[in-house]
Design a protein around this ligand. Structure first.
Ligand code: 5AD
Ligand code: SF4
Ligand code: FES
Length: 369
């Protein structure tokens, strides 16, 4: 246990530190009680000082749950025959995007299962152009569509996407292959290369991991933090792993930490990353709210500054279940608007309406101020 003053000193030394003490990080990942409270409030102060009291919205469209992959943790993996597969029509997607634009969400995220066939790549390209057009270039666009070729990344960038989220899931290659099949379609090296390709194409690059996976140790999580720092990411989305009954990893459910501990660790990870990388964008993962009804708000008070309200039409939300107990699956986008504004007000923040809320880290990286 650190004393309050000692912990303040320890945390001070971690600010922007590129060679942090791994033992200290491992301890803080497991912080509980008063120590955890102090860690959260320290990270929140850094966020407020460096980025102000704004939270940015990204309207999330989960436009298709068809996926060609078989990640062992994910409820919509290709091998799960119990999923009703859907593909939103272009007009449904554009309606959702228009909703986000009209409500001044600033940016949208297009997310779907991973596909790289030509029809899909062309379709996304067309959608990007239409989104830019319907919003008079006002909406920022983030993609979360998995691994693609450098050419596809480039093409989508030129058509208007400027941020891309691709989680590494775990930076430990051995653990990666415990949670994915070990084959060409789920190659760790390819995932890593895709992250570099995204940087080369000019995107603001986001990655992330799951916290509380079976077989994962605190040392893995320390290495994940260092991985994100060394890769020099612009954004992150990380949240607790939540077991799904219809997945292969479910059989290890008895080895998992209790949900509340996974939740606490996820919040600690967010706070630590905020301290290590003060100017990146950190999303408050939806999976946090699957565990705690106030989960996303807690993350926003622990260093996160981005939230991704779902704008997918309500009837499809129940079919995009990567994990169980996903929040707002019975709501329509309009229900979330006032709910969210109230929730964000409670965290002492304001919504950055109509702004892209780009990663300040990216601007620094590109030599702008
Ligand atoms: N629990 C938590 N997060 C999950 N994801 C997929 N399945 C789960 C799960 N069972 C996350 C992955 C993926 C993102 C889209 O959702 O990290 O990258
Ligand atoms: Fe497909 Fe993504 Fe789920 Fe993996 S995590 S099975 S790529 S939707
Ligand atoms: Fe969706 Fe509250 S955020 S109903």
């Amino acid at each position: 246990m650190f004393s309050t003053d000692m912990l303040t000193d320890t945390l001070q030394q971690l600010i922007g530190n590129k060679t942090p003490d791994k033992t200290v990080l491992a301890r803080l990942i497991g912080a509980q009680g008063d120590e955890a409270v102090q860690l959260r409030s320290f990270a929140n102060d850094i966020k407020q000082q460096r980025l102000g009291n704004y939270v940015y919205f990204r309207g999330l469209t989960e436009f298709s749950n068809k996926c060609s992959k078989n990640c062992y943790y994910c409820g919509i993996r290709a091998g799960n025959k119990h999923v009703d597969r859907y593909d939103l029509s272009d007009s449904d997607i554009l309606d959702a995007v228009r909703f986000a634009h009209e409500h001044k969400y600033g940016s949208v995220v297009l997310q779907a299962g991973e596909r790289s066939d030509k029809a899909f790549v062309d379709r996304v390209d067309g959608l990007l152009r239409k989104i830019k057009q319907l919003s008079n270039n006002e909406l920022g666009i983030t993609l979360s569509l998995g691994e693609q070729s450098p050419e596809t990344f480039q093409r989508w960038f030129e058509s208007g996407a400027h941020r891309y989220l691709l989680r590494i899931e775990s930076s430990n290659k051995e653990l990666y292959y415990k949670i994915h099949p070990e084959n060409d379609k789920h190659s760790y090296d390819k995932r890593l290369k895709a992250l570099y390709d995204l940087k080369d194409a000019g995107y603001q690059v986001g990655t992330g991991i799951m916290i509380g996976l079976p077989f994962q140790t605190r040392h893995d999580l320390v290495d994940d933090l260092l991985f994100m720092q060394n890769f020099d990411i612009d954004m992150v989305g990380m949240g607790p792993y939540i077991e799904h009954t219809e997945t292969p990893l479910y059989k290890f459910k008895d080895q998992l930490l209790p949900l509340n501990e996974r939740f606490q660790m996820a919040i600690n990870m967010i706070s630590l990353l905020r301290i290590l990388m003060p100017d990146i964008n950190i999303a408050s993962a939806t999976a946090l709210q699957a565990i705690d009804p106030m989960g996303r708000e807690k993350a926003l008070k622990a260093g996160a500054n981005v939230i991704m309200p779902n704008v997918t039409p309500g009837m499809y939300r129940n079919s995009y279940k990567l994990y169980e107990n996903k929040p707002c699956t019975d709501e329509e986008a309009s229900d979330c608007v006032s709910c969210l504004e109230m929730r964000i007000g409670l965290t002492g923040n304001k919504v950055g309406y109509g702004q892209w809320g780009d990663s300040q880290h990216f601007r620094q990286r590109k030599g702008e101020k």
